[in-house]
Design a protein around this ligand. Structure first.
Ligand SMILES: [Zn+2]
Ligand SMILES: [Zn+2]
Length: 272
């Protein structure tokens, strides 16, 4: 199987620990055919006013590295846009920076009562189960709203708060309590013709699960969903293409015959 990693972060993301050159070097070492650099464009968090500059730098670095790696690695221009509803004008300006190959959509930050921090930084140990379920309900509502935006190609890391709720804080919360809401999101993904990302960043960590997990991927497939991408969400070069082989096997068992990567906003199919 030709491997395309459609979700990675460079130092142009505040939490990125690898240059675009590090990404390229590691991708070649790992035998990847292509990689998308998709730095954070957070519209509400992480100094969103600096986002335009950071994505401009990201795109510049990608162009530079793509020239050097021409013929050795296919490098794509992506952006991971979060909370776009909080600053639509800035989001639109970011999309004018270049002709992106792919625009990823995600939610990192949920306005939940007094809490206004990214869920990766919240202390879920102090919340009751009831509060956590309320939080997840709000998260799923945000995701559903996000899918109404006209410019996303891929919905990334659906169920990501579970990485912290269950992975870090071991709360044993079952997202399938929201089966109806999740079905609604998956149907929206299908009807909008966008892809659902299979995010492998949690595999091999204390969370040790795909995002979304096997059950949700099974529901997506049974609803007729075919378009999936593979994303390691690597912030360090050792995580690039994480668990792609085992994930491909699992996806085949679920009934997927292949996956997609994006070039010039068009999904290209790769069979497993
Ligand atoms: Zn993300
Ligand atoms: Zn990411």
């Amino acid at each position: 199987m030709e491997k395309y990693d459609s979700h990675t972060h460079s130092i142009n993301s505040l939490d990125g620990r690898q240059t675009v050159y590090d990404i390229c070097r590691s991708a070649v070492e790992k035998g990847l055919a292509g990689v998308t650099v998709s730095d954070h464009a957070d519209m509400w968090y992480y100094f969103s006013e600096k986002t335009l500059d950071r994505i401009t730098s990201s795109v510049r670095d990608i162009y530079e590295a793509a020239e050097e790696y021409d013929g050795k690695l296919r490098l794509f221009r992506g952006v991971e846009m979060s909370e776009y509803l909080y600053d639509v004008a800035n989001a639109e300006n970011i999309l004018k920076i270049t002709d992106f190959d792919v625009v990823l959509g995600s939610a990192h930050c949920i306005q939940f009562g007094e809490l206004r921090d990214a869920y990766s930084r919240l202390d879920f140990a102090v919340m009751t189960d009831e509060q956590i379920y309320e939080f997840l309900k709000k998260y799923l509502q945000e995701i559903s709203k996000l899918l109404d935006a006209p410019f996303f190609d891929v919905l990334t890391h659906l169920t990501c708060p579970l990485r912290y709720i269950n992975g870090k804080y071991n709360r044993g919360i079952d997202i399938m309590n929201f089966e109806k809401e999740i079905n609604g999101i998956l149907k929206k993904v299908i009807s909008r013709g966008i892809s659902l990302e299979v995010n492998t960043s949690g595999v091999g960590t204390s969370f040790d699960s795909l995002m979304p997990d096997e059950r949700i991927l099974g529901v997506y497939r049974s609803l007729g969903g075919e378009m999936i991408t593979l994303g390691s969400d690597a912030h360090t070069s050792d995580r690039l293409g994480n668990a792609f082989d085992s994930t491909a096997k699992l996806l085949k068992r679920i009934g997927f015959k292949g996956y997609y990567f994006y070039e010039k906003r068009i999904g290209n199919y790769i069979s497993f």
